[in-house]
Design a protein around this ligand. Structure first.
Ligand code: GAL
Length: 963
């Protein structure tokens, strides 16, 4: 037996002690808080129970609607997660140094309350750096002006992170499981800090010490960018690793292969053995740390998509769909990774100016829950895996088992054993795991019950985890070639692929009565061994009632995958039929269920023998008891009614960009007078600093007006920073010079450029001139490389006009007029319309002209289109709606224009016709009023002319459910 050291976190006892006290037993236990969080090399141990932490990532900042946090978290719980992992985005809460806002959509207390109420543990990931394809990797705009190197021990940077930690830790600390007031079980410091020098070590130590000083009691970890062994706890003795101030080691992995932005699909990859099945070596053992559980802090559940792509999300959802999930997550399970966080499960929207340069507004990610909050087919496979890891407890303490050879070299068996219970687990997967051949084979199972040769089939991208020698609700399971989904007293749900043969062997001292209540199969009892062998073909639902002379009765439900998808495990109940089951409350013989239907659906309930009254969403449902111990609704539950959406026909129209005209009054604008910048992009010698962040303009559009006298130049050369697919437009003395766009559709898109405008001869006159420039800032770079990449200048970095002495140019700058107190710092930039309330619902646009769409003329610069419409979505209907611009079948076209989409004042994303690929923008309920008036304001920035005008705009249904 291996030494099984338990490290426990005992609330106050853990404070400031670094790695906390060992073993929660003894006198200390008396003073312990209500909940204990501990771990050893096998798993987390929560309140003394080994727990498989099956977690999914969602980002509250990507869903600006607290009511929908509950929707998404309930869906995550329903599809089998017991944990949600959450990044907190510093920049989302901090418009300026010293200013923090946790109100409204930024209310993280509320988020953590909801997670707790829903019954999910929380992995809290407050950065300070988070990456996450978000502006500056989560760094606030103001941090770009610091002198010290970010993600190091520079004093100014640490003072800033202290500020953020003080603010966010106070919230997280209030919600820790350890003090009985919430469900936070783990806390991450930093994110993929791949530099391991002294400055980073000091920095990490500082973050850890600060977290502990702020009252964070739960175990602290860091997520290694790959399984490199960076920042492992001091307790680990794996050679070649880098120790750090952490309690647990965790790593990130995205090995799935991806869909490419040009529409091609990479060849399938193999699932790595990142744990106990691995070849070992320097960083072998469970996840490069041999004293802590195998922990994937992020494991691919999709991938993000880039500006200029053809639109990869539908492809990714399939590529990293059911087969991928079984092969890759299954391999992780076989490798004893007992903490798995799938990134993302619900991606959401990078609304406003959240997107980092690499991504566009949709952060759908091809995840299990799509951007419109609908469950994709891959969610159903996750459900079978999630229920499994939570139902079959021996999985939380396994060691590598004896080698097992399959009859075919095309198949590999990964074997693990729980030494305490004798339970054996077999992952059957193609060899190599990327293969998709159709293989029928056998392999030997040897347990305390004896030796068996087991037939199995794998076809397509697939893997199966089989269980042998296991106590299945008081019935002894010898083995099954069906996979266990879940079980509760009296009932077990197994599943397999439609049409594939299955066999389940249970052992009884005397022959039990066996009855097929539904479906068909064979049963044979062998008195010599006591084995009851059930053989069948997976198809629909087979119900088998087994009644042993002594011992609890068991109803075996054996489902094909589509049928398995109809089951929901809610607490101690198993429910079949509806689209989704969210909650179940049993009180005094009454069962209150809540959930969703789309089509009319049957309802069957197991695990509620004492219940005689049932409600569904507060409406009574007539039920009758059925053979096999279930309750069945007499009539189907009603489905959702279809909804009709208004056409967006009439639009009010007004042109803006008055900043381009020579007479525009910019006297109230900020004069660019700084000569020193900490940006990584300095102005050319002799020029003032122009970068927008230095003047406090961090997000969205920024205007410049450069005044000079004398002869007009023949060219103007501008170095500028605009993030992903950024835009610059320029005018000289009111004449449009043109626009420049940063190239896109590459993994690391260029985020700045130097571009030259030719000045038309008729403008080359002597006099007073003004060069007006508008730069669209599509986000600050992330700082994944620890090289201050977020400090790259945005807006104009430097401008040279031939024949004009730079110091003779006076520059004035204007960005966002302020921070929207409701919608936060990332909602608005500095367009004239934004500065004057044109994006807001209350703005009076009566005097504007009217237009209909598609339009056939456009100005160079920006014009606004506004419309209002009413919605009357019934209160029991959850309609997920979107806004579609142009033809979704064409990812990008030749029209040189782009649109900022404001819905009731909320900036829900950016459409770029000639870059793409996004046409449909999710509009979360909350931002959208489902029963009232709504206002859409579109800021259309065009190159001008007929071909570059706004296309059609309409509302789209992303999903409708009845609740
Ligand atoms: C990881 C990173 C995440 C996110 C992810 C890709 O490396 O930790 O924040 O950027 O990649 O979506």
């Amino acid at each position: 037996m291996r030494l099984n050291r338990v490290r426990a976190f005992l609330g106050a006892c853990a404070l400031g002690l670094g790695l906390a006290a060992v073993v929660p037993a003894g006198p200390a236990a008396a003073a312990a808080p209500r909940h204990t969080i501990a771990f050893d090399q096998y798993s987390m141990i929560i309140d003394g129970q080994r727990t498989y932490v099956w977690s999914g990532e969602m980002h509250p900042f990507r869903l600006p609607s607290p009511a929908l946090w509950r929707d998404v978290l309930q869906k995550m719980k329903a599809i089998g997660f017991n944990t949600v992992s959450v990044y907190f985005d510093w920049g989302y809460h901090s418009p300026a140094q010293g200013v923090y806002d946790f109100t409204g959509v930024r209310d993280m207390d509320q988020l953590l309350d909801i997670a707790d109420e829903v019954g999910l543990y929380v992995i809290a990931r407050p950065g300070p750096y988070i990456n996450a394809e978000t502006d500056g990797g989560g760094f606030p705009g103001w941090l770009t002006t610091q002198a010290g190197r970010a993600r190091s021990d520079a004093a100014d940077y640490l003072a800033a992170t202290d500020e953020w930690q003080s603010a966010i830790d106070a919230i997280i600390a209030r919600h820790q499981l350890s003090n009985g007031t919430g469900s936070v079980i783990l806390y991450q410091i930093e994110n993929e800090l791949a530099a391991t020098g002294t400055a980073q070590r000091n920095y990490l130590q500082h973050l850890r010490d600060k977290a502990r000083a702020d009252g964070i009691q739960v175990p602290i970890f860091h997520n290694d960018r790959g399984r490199n062994g960076y920042w492992v706890p001091a307790s680990s003795t794996v050679p070649g690793t880098v120790p750090g101030p952490v309690d647990l080691y965790a790593f990130d992995g995205y090995p799935g292969g991806s869909c490419h932005t040009d529409g091609s699909v990479g060849s399938p990859s193999n699932a790595p053995d990142w744990g106990i099945q691995g070849a070992g070596g320097a960083k072998g053992g469970a996840s490069a740390s041999n004293t802590t559980p195998g922990f994937a802090a992020e494991f691919g559940g999709g991938w993000f998509d880039y500006w200029g792509s053809v639109g990869t999300y539908p492809c990714t959802a399939v590529r990293e769909g059911p087969g991928y999930e079984r092969v890759f997550y299954g391999t992780n399970i076989a490798n004893r990774l007992t903490i798995q966080n799938i990134y993302m499960v619900s991606g959401g929207t990078s609304w406003g100016w959240l997107p980092a340069p690499v991504v566009y507004s949709s952060y759908d990610y091809g995840a299990a829950i799509d951007e419109g909050r609908q469950l994709r087919p891959k969610a159903q496979t996750l459900k079978t895996l999630g229920y499994f890891v939570q139902s079959v407890a021996p999985l939380t303490k396994v060691d590598k088992g004896a080698d097992v050879a399959a009859s075919s070299p095309a198949v590999r068996i990964e074997h693990t054993v729980n030494a305490d219970t004798g339970t054996n687990f077999y992952l059957a997967v193609h060899n190599p795991s990327s293969a998709t051949t159709d293989d029928s084979f056998t392999f030997p199972i040897t347990t305390a019950d004896g030796s068996y040769t087991v037939p199995l089939r794998l076809t397509g991208q697939d893997a199966k985890t089989l269980v042998a020698d296991y106590d299945l609700e008081g019935n002894h399971l010898v083995y099954s070639t069906s996979e266990i989904e879940t079980h509760l007293p009296g009932v077990a749900l197994l599943h397999g692929r439609d049409g594939e043969a299955g066999e389940t062997v249970l052992r009884y001292p005397a022959e039990p009565a066996v009855r097929f209540l539904a479906g068909s199969g064979e049963s044979a009892y062998d008195p010599a061994t006591g084995d009851l062998r059930l053989t069948y073909t997976h198809h629909g639902l087979i119900k088998i009632q087994i009644t042993a002379p002594d011992g609890p009765a068991l109803t075996l439900l054996i489902a094909d995958e589509d049928t398995a998808a109809q089951f929901w495990r809610v607490d101690d109940l198993l429910v079949r039929g509806p689209e989704l089951v969210r909650t179940a409350k049993v009180r005094g013989g009454r069962l209150a269920l809540t959930g969703d239907t789309k089509a009319a659906a049957p309802l069957e309930i197991w695990g509620a023998p004492a219940v005689h009254r049932v409600t569904w969403n507060d409406r009574p449902v007539a039920v009758r008891p059925a053979v096999g111990g279930s309750l069945v609704a007499v009539r189907d539950l009603a489905g959702a009614r279809q909804i009709t959406l208004p056409e967006l026909t009439t639009w009010r129209y007004a042109a803006e960009s008055p900043e381009a005209t020579p007479g525009f009054d910019d006297s109230g604008w900020r004069t660019a007078d700084q000569t020193v910048t900490n940006s990584t992009t300095k102005p050319p010698a002799g020029q003032v600093v122009l970068t927008a962040d230095d003047y406090g303009f961090h997000h969205g559009d920024v205007w410049y007006r450069g005044h000079f006298d004398g002869a007009a130049p023949t060219t103007a050369s501008v170095t500028w920073g605009g993030g992903g697919a950024g835009l610059m437009q320029a005018w000289l003395d009111g004449t449009y010079l043109g626009q420049k766009v940063l190239p896109n559709a590459v993994a690391t898109p260029p985020t700045r450029a130097t571009d030259t405008f030719a000045i038309p001869p008729e403008l080359q006159v002597t006099g007073s001139h003004v060069l007006s420039i508008m730069v669209r800032n599509n986000g600050h770079n992330e700082d994944g490389g620890v090289n201050d990449a977020h400090k790259e200048g945005r807006g104009v970095i430097g401008a040279t006009f031939d024949g004009v002495v730079p110091s003779s140019v006076t520059w004035r700058i204007q960005g966002a007029a302020g921070v929207d107190p409701v919608r936060g710092p990332l909602n608005n930039g500095g367009l004239y319309g934004e500065r004057n309330g044109w994006s807001l619902p209350g703005f009076k646009d009566r005097s504007w002209s009217t237009r209909s769409l598609p339009d056939n003329s456009a100005i160079s610069g920006t014009a606004w289109y506004r419309t209002t419409f009413g919605l009357k979505i019934p209160a029991d209907i959850d309609a997920s709606l979107g806004l579609t611009i142009g033809d979704p079948a064409v990812p990008h076209n030749a029209r040189h224009y782009r649109v900022l989409i404001f819905v009731n004042g909320w900036n829900m994303g950016q459409y770029i016709a000639d870059v793409g690929p996004q046409h449909t923008f999710a509009l979360p309920t909350g931002v959208l009023n489902p029963r009232g008036r709504n206002t859409i304001a579109l800021a259309v920035t065009s190159d001008g002319g007929e071909a570059n005008a706004l296309e059609t705009v309409h509302l789209t249904t992303l999903g409708v459910a009845r609740r």
